[in-house]
Design a protein around this ligand. Structure first.
Ligand code: OGA
Ligand code: NM2
Ligand code: ZN
Ligand code: ZN
Length: 442
């Protein structure tokens, strides 16, 4: 049951086709044709037959098969699981092999015989199996522990994390910007959980009602764990600056970009807190980079191929938190083994003048990038809004490209945002801990 509870908390699809949405309406609506929901749907179907893992299931029988290399476990419900002996020995939970306080393996690989077979196997009350190894080392494994680690195709699919994550929802100009009160996220676990889930699912969430002064993002950093330090400082001030060391620190328009593709591991999450807003421009724009990449793949596979394979040089040299000379090669559309976009690395301002490709590849590359940039800017895909003092926009910097309109400069500061980054590892870690706490699971 807890799986269904988890999905309700997530606002995920539940069997029966209903969408549970714990947040104010907008989220379920952002879906556009082309959303890759096939994986989730498979998972949702499996929910029907899945035995809740919290319910312990006894073992009926255990025997060695495959010349002793495999242990076959028969469960009370008639189903079976097979565990390779090498894996069982590797994962012995005894204090000599496993450090409980760190939940980490002490056994060193050198001491593992990859051809090991069990000398003796016994079943203890249906709840535990014990194994004696040829060197007389003894191991015990709890039924529930084993069940969660079953190697069958279905069991592994059942345990994968993406099952617990809400489906990715693509959006365009029809985005209904998800909004949550900043204070709620700071002090209410359910709200913090909804914030991080929505950030993962939609890629952008507006937090409202923060104070219009510096320091609010530090609090958000503490909420998840910590912020990501970069050469622009722990947090950074987006303002018009004399001798700006970055185009962001001018009054100029910022075309769609992701921040910091010059870093080998660009920040996964970005926070922009509006402290002061101008009346004369400075509107924000966002676009779903995964949605647009999918569209590009459909309409011009060759352009997609070029952008997902060409290593582009980026450079950033200057002084801020300390002096820096950063350089990196990135593909503008980073794809996984299935060719699905997983990270956009695009900032035209820091794209290097050096371009390490043969001359004949240059024009086709520019043509491909033009096509992508045109799509990003087409009215169908981009969403425009204007930050108000106290607003904090939080977004997936690997997925969502952002920009701003130019604004007028003045003798005083006319516009001021404080910005900060976090890593997805940190945000996801907090999301998992909140989920566990809310479901009261270990
Ligand atoms: C940036 C940026 C947006 C804005 O600083 O990288 O994109 O609205 N700023 O000023
Ligand atoms: N700032 C906003 O890639 C970039 O240079 C993005 C980073 C200056 C911290 C801008
Ligand atoms: Zn051991
Ligand atoms: Zn930016």
């Amino acid at each position: 049951m807890w799986r269904v509870v988890a999905n309700i908390l997530l606002g995920a699809k539940v069997p029966g086709g209903r969408t549970c949405c714990p947040l104010p309406a907008p989220h379920g609506r952002a879906l556009l044709p082309g959303t890759p929901r096939h994986r989730w749907q498979g998972a949702a179907r499996r929910l029907h037959s899945a035995r809740p893992l919290s319910m312990s299931l006894g073992i009926q029988k255990v025997e060695a098969v495959d010349a002793g290399h495999l242990l076959r476990v028969e469960w009370e419900d008639g189903s079976e699981s097979r565990y390779p002996c090498v894996w069982l020995r590797d994962n012995c939970q005894c204090p000599r092999c496993f450090l409980r306080s760190a939940k980490a393996r002490r056994l060193v690989f050198k001491d593992l015989d990859v051809n090991i077979v069990a000398k003796e196997v016994a079943l203890a009350g249906g709840k535990k199996i014990s194994i004696t190894w040829p060197d007389e080392h003894a191991s015990e494994y709890e039924a529930e522990w084993l069940k969660k680690r079953c190697f069958s195709e279905e069991a592994r699919a059942e345990m994968r994390e993406d099952l617990f994550l809400p489906e990715c929802q693509y959006w365009g100009s029809d985005l209904q910007l998800p909004k949550i009160a900043f204070e709620e996220v700071l002090y209410n676990d359910e709200s913090a959980y909804k914030w991080l889930c929505t950030l993962k699912k939609v890629g952008i969430v507006l937090l409202t009602g923060a104070a219009a002064r510096q320091g609010e993002l530090i609090k958000l950093g503490h909420r998840i764990g910590f912020l990501r330090l970069t050469f622009y400082g722990p947090t950074w001030q987006v303002q018009d600056k004399a001798d700006a060391n970055n185009v962001a620190y001018t009054t100029g328009k910022l075309c769609f970009h992701t921040d910091y593709p010059v870093l080998q591991h660009p920040p996964g999450v970005q926070f922009l807190h509006c402290i002061k807003q101008t009346t004369t421009g400075g509107e924000s724009e966002v676009v779903d980079g995964f949605h647009v990449s999918n569209q590009l793949k459909k309409q011009n596979p060759q352009a997609y191929q070029i952008l997902s394979s060409t290593a582009v040089d980026y450079t950033d040299v200057g002084v801020d938190y300390c002096d820096f000379a950063v350089q990196c090669k990135q593909r503008i559309i980073d794809v996984d083994s299935r060719g699905q976009a997983v990270r956009i690395n695009y900032n035209n301002a820091t794209r290097d003048t050096v371009f390490d490709v043969p001359a004949e590849k240059v024009r086709p590359f520019y043509a491909a990038l033009k096509e992508f940039d045109d799509l990003l800017n087409s009215s169908e895909y981009k969403f425009t809004y204007k930050l108000k003092p106290g607003d904090i926009v939080t977004f997936d910097n690997w997925r969502v490209l952002h920009g701003r309109q130019s604004y007028e400069s003045g003798s005083e500061v006319t516009r001021h945002l404080e910005g900060a980054y976090a890593d997805w590892d940190v945000a996801m870690s907090r999301l998992r801990l909140l989920r566990k706490r809310l479901l009261k699971r270990d």
